[in-house]
Design a protein around this ligand. Structure first.
Ligand SMILES: [Zn+2]
Ligand SMILES: [Zn+2]
Length: 165
């Protein structure tokens, strides 16, 4: 009989978010998102250019005011996938490799997501406050996996102000 440390459900889904993030096509940050309800995966998303358009990895970033604006964010793609396939994500939990930016936080709130579990260390103050005011539970998990790339502020960026995944 073998024994191994069995992951909790939160660990299980955040690990999947990191796996999803490996499909990202913007190397400013590889971000992954998994939407889950009742321990079932509803949809996934990673940050990348809109379908059919060129990727940052192929044509470079599209920088505006210090942010790469070529990509849809991981959370946005997970929400869009739900819309595309007619899957309700009401009362879902969102597992993300980093804390959602303000735009994604607002979208998660209106999509009916009730819980956000994230890794990474650079909270966005505004998104944190919005989620709290909307009654969305925000859980930070210390999580690292060998070989994974998580959102990190670039040199000179102020943590919390420039979540430009
Ligand atoms: Zn990019
Ligand atoms: Zn975002």
């Amino acid at each position: 009989m073998t024994t191994h440390p069995r992951p909790t459900w939160d660990e299980y889904f955040i690990q999947i978010a990191f796996t999803v993030a490996q499909r990202s096509t913007c190397d400013r940050a590889h971000v992954g998102c998994v939407l889950v309800r009742d321990r079932r995966i509803l949809t996934t998303g990673y940050n990348g250019a809109p379908a059919g358009l060129p990727h940052c990895d192929d044509v470079g970033h599209l920088m505006v005011d210090g942010h790469c604006v070529r990509t849809l964010h991981a959370e946005q793609n997970a929400i869009i996938q739900a819309a595309l396939h007619g899957i309700s994500i009401e009362r879902a939990s969102s597992y993300v490799t980093h804390q959602p930016c303000l735009t994604c936080a607002k979208m998660l709130i209106n999509a009916g997501v009730r819980r956000v579990v994230y890794a990474g260390n650079y909270p966005d103050e505004h998104s944190r406050r919005f989620l709290a005011e909307a009654g969305v539970e925000l859980v930070h998990m210390e999580w690292r996996r060998e070989g994974d790339t998580v959102y990190q502020p670039r040199e000179g960026e102020e943590p919390g102000l420039t979540v430009n995944h």
